[in-house]
Design a protein around this ligand. Structure first.
Ligand SMILES: [Zn+2]
Ligand SMILES: [Zn+2]
Length: 252
């Protein structure tokens, strides 16, 4: 009956099951935790089911009026946001789709996942990303690489974690072809300094070949768009025709 069993996938799911069970026990003993959006006590993941239906619904997220360039939600009805009209950053990136703005509970959602490192959000984000990618017909993923030393320091990288889910649970192809050159943090720099330092921050891994003609970049946060742009520029230079990008959050 069994033609083919993907052992890596099976191993991954068993591992995830263990993580979920341990987490459930821990949360149960500590009396539950609060839903990021509404504050209701939850036990499985830190977003309750009704809030998941409301805010993690792909069709609702894709329905929003967005800037055709950077994908930010538009307040007034125009094709492009102020920033993209005045000084466009995105040229090599064909489209950008940031899923959550940095307002209200979105802030806490990002803070708890990225800063407080609550990995329990990762499967939820991964599922959402997968649904968005599937709807947009994306099958090849290129992750934006982390700062050098980040994994050593923190033990995990959010983007790599999402990619592992996309690859092993959802069967997408992940091309880890980019690498980060500088170790500096860009938070402390001004907008201009950041744009300048980003340009030389990424490069193609030596020996990269066999890339498909269309890929989708994945990053957690889109700030100025310069990170995505510099990655897209490198990818386009290899002959890739279309580079779209999906990020979880956008920060103005
Ligand atoms: Zn809720
Ligand atoms: Zn824009």
């Amino acid at each position: 009956m069994y033609d083919y069993i993907d052992v890596r996938k099976l191993f991954f799911e068993i591992q995830q099951l263990f993580i979920t069970v341990f987490r459930l026990l821990y949360v149960f003993i500590s009396g539950g935790e609060k839903c990021v959006v509404c504050g209701r006590v939850v036990f499985t993941i830190p977003v309750c089911t009704s809030c998941q239906k409301l805010h993690f619904d792909v069709s609702k997220l894709l329905e929003k009026e967005r800037c055709e360039c950077c994908g930010k939600e538009l307040i007034c009805m125009k094709e492009k946001c102020m920033k993209c009209r005045e000084e466009p950053v995105l040229k090599s990136t064909d489209t950008v789709l940031p899923l959550f703005s940095y307002r209200l509970w979105n802030r806490e959602l990002m803070f708890r996942w990225k800063m407080q490192e609550e990995r329990s959000f990762s499967p939820l984000f991964a599922r959402l990303l997968y649904e968005v990618l599937r709807k947009n017909g994306e099958t090849a993923i290129v992750p934006v690489p982390p700062r050098k030393g980040k994994i050593r320091k923190k033990g995990w990288d959010q983007i790599e974690e999402l990619c592992t889910f996309l690859e092993k649970r959802y069967g997408l192809k992940v091309y880890r072809v980019l690498e980060r050159n500088t170790a500096g943090q860009q938070k402390k720099l001004s907008r201009e300094q950041r744009l300048e330092s980003i340009k030389s921050a990424y490069s193609l891994k030596p020996g990269t070949c066999g890339l498909p003609s269309s890929v989708c970049l994945i990053d957690d946060v889109c700030t100025t768009g310069s990170t995505l742009e510099s990655c897209a520029e490198i990818l386009k230079a290899t002959g890739i025709q279309k580079v779209n990008a999906v990020t979880l959050f956008t920060v103005d």
